[in-house]
Design a protein around this ligand. Structure first.
Ligand SMILES: Nc1ncnc2c1ncn2[C@@H]1O[C@H](COP(=O)(O)OP(=O)(O)OP(=O)(O)O)[C@@H](O)[C@H]1O
Ligand SMILES: O=C(O)C1=C[C@@H](O)[C@@H](O)[C@H](O)C1
Ligand SMILES: [Mg+2]
Length: 195
């Protein structure tokens, strides 16, 4: 990876890009925020940040353990703090947790200090990606598919407020998703400038 230079105007990355604002990936569980965010950061040679991973390492607990011991409102408080800190610390690619964009204060921080990209996927695609894993406490219900569907219906209108959208269908590889996010960012040279 090429050397990363931090300065007041942006993070100078490899491949002739300068990142002027943090790119914040939002969307449902299983949308690919973590997987695509990591690959996008590697492609651009900029830092990769993940709010779920930061919360887990700060607490030295997994997300299901935090939900179980301290409850969801406690987790949401930590999530806001971590997103605020990561947006302040350095410019990079920030993958959020699936519920992060729902809180108005988080949306305000993100729109003031970054640019949001909604990784949109159909419910069935999301379900196929999350159904085998037990790491998402909100899906630990008697009917996790119905729970996911309810969350999807409630949340889609809020994710739709993101600045940009990249579509993820069942056939799109993680690398192709990176290209789609870059295509969306091509409309925003104020965020990602190609030298
Ligand atoms: N476009 C894709 N093609 C193939 N697999 C994908 C794609 N996007 C995500 N996946 C896979 O789906 C699973 C869930 O993806 P990921 O963990 O990145 O979702 P997330 O949006 O970060 O979810 P959460 O909100 O729970 O953190 C992972 O195994 C990931 O590798
Ligand atoms: O969609 C959600 O509300 C969540 C998604 C995950 O990323 C974690 O942040 C947590 O499991 C909650
Ligand atoms: Mg994730």
């Amino acid at each position: 990876m090429s050397e990363i230079k931090h300065n007041t105007s942006g993070t100078e990355a490899g491949a002739g890009f300068v990142l002027h604002k943090t790119v914040v990936l939002v969307g449902m569980m299983g949308a690919g925020k973590t997987a695509v965010g990591r690959a996008l950061a590697a492609r651009l040679g900029v830092p990769f940040l993940d709010s779920d991973a930061e919360i887990e390492s700060a607490a030295n607990m997994t997300i299901p353990e935090i939900f179980e011991r301290d409850g969801e409102p406690f987790f949401r408080g930590k999530e806001s703090q971590v997103i605020g800190r990561l947006l302040d610390e350095e410019k990079g690619i920030l993958s959020t947790g699936g519920g992060a964009f729902l809180a108005e204060r988080n949306r305000t921080m993100i729109s003031e200090r970054g640019v949001s990209v909604w990784l949109r996927a159909d419910l069935e695609v999301l379900w196929n990606r999350v159904k085998h894993k037990d790491t998402r406490p909100l899906l630990r219900t008697v009917d996790p598919y119905a729970t996911l569907r309810n969350l999807y219906e409630q949340r889609v209108p809020i994710y739709a407020q993101a600045d940009l959208i990249a579509e993820s269908d069942g056939e799109t590889s993680i690398d192709n998703m990176v290209n789609r996010v870059l295509d969306a960012l091509a409309t925003r040279p104020d965020v990602l400038e190609q030298k």
